[in-house]
Design a protein around this ligand. Structure first.
Ligand code: MG
Length: 282
């Protein structure tokens, strides 16, 4: 199933994407967290309203956690290599996942115009990522059971202010500016998606392919990431984990490239769809 959040007649709602239609859940189930609180039998029996054409609906980010979005840095070999090349340093691969977070206030909707300030940063960059959405409260999840705590998967663009990321040492500030975390367009459930390590993933900038890889190229796979993150630390329903970006980001290019006013970004992941956002550099 495909879970979406959207605005309908001025209210925030959620429901299922069914072909070219959206079928809203009852109004009392208006967030992913409310949906995940239902017992599984009640979830699958949940009635939906008549379908509305998807193209007539304004989608919201399908999940909006109350806490930071978890992220993994340098998790594709190609990206680790391009970073080493750009910095003129030897390639060193992480022995454990490099976790950092993005503030929830950074989350933006699919289709939204991302308002980024040129007074704050001069080097906004793109990062196409597979995002994992957690289904249940869990801790110390073994790798063998880790995919069982996943509700589903969606696209995420880890928009990054490279100058702030560098200048502040910790990445949090450069990763957490408003509108720097578009998510969507919807969540594809784990059972429908199947193997999360066999998905083409890429990003186009104004129609030109900048990133083109496959999730098989991750250094730490989704199960290893969940096992590592949940070790001694509780994960909750609706938590989001961005699993890293492949090579082809702007700053590592020769010459470096950054986002500009009017830039149209498309993150595409097989079996999920396309997350489109346009940049307004103010
Ligand atoms: Mg990233």
């Amino acid at each position: 199933m495909r879970f979406a959040r959207f605005t309908l007649d001025g209210s925030s709602r959620c429901g299922l994407v069914d072909g070219t239609d959206v079928r809203p859940f009852p109004a009392r189930i208006s967030t992913l967290e409310a949906y995940l609180e239902l017992p599984p039998a009640e979830r699958s029996a949940l009635a939906t309203e008549a379908g509305r054409p998807l193209e007539s609906i304004q989608l919201a980010a399908p999940v909006h956690p109350h806490k930071n979005v978890f992220c993994v840095g340098r998790n594709y070999l190609g990206h680790a290599e391009e970073i080493a090349r750009a910095r003129g340093t030897a390639l060193s691969l992480p022995k454990v996942p490099t976790f950092f977070t993005k503030a929830p206030t950074a989350i933006a909707a699919p289709g939204a115009t991302l308002r980024l300030s040129s007074a704050v940063s001069q080097s906004y960059d793109w990062e196409a990522e597979l995002a994992v959405v957690i289904a249940q409260r869990c801790r110390d999840v073994p790798e063998s059971a880790a995919l069982g705590v996943v509700f589903g998967y969606t696209c995420l663009n880890d928009v990054t202010a490279r100058d702030l990321q560098r200048d502040h040492g910790q990445w949090f500030k450069g990763k957490s500016l408003d509108d720097s975390c578009p998510i969507g367009p919807w969540i594809v459930s784990a059972d429908e998606l199947g193997d999360p390590q066999a998905l083409d993933i890429g990003l186009r900038l104004d129609g030109e392919t900048k990133q083109a890889s496959n999730t098989s190229q991750m250094i730490f796979n989704v199960a290893q990431i969940i096992a590592s993150l949940s070790r001694g630390m509780t994960l909750e329903p609706g938590d989001v984990i961005a699993t890293g970006t492949p090579d082809g980001v702007g700053f590592a290019r020769t010459p470096p490239e950054f986002l500009y006013d009017g830039a149209r970004m498309e993150v595409e992941i097989a079996k999920i769809g396309v997350l489109r956002n346009t940049v307004a550099l103010t």
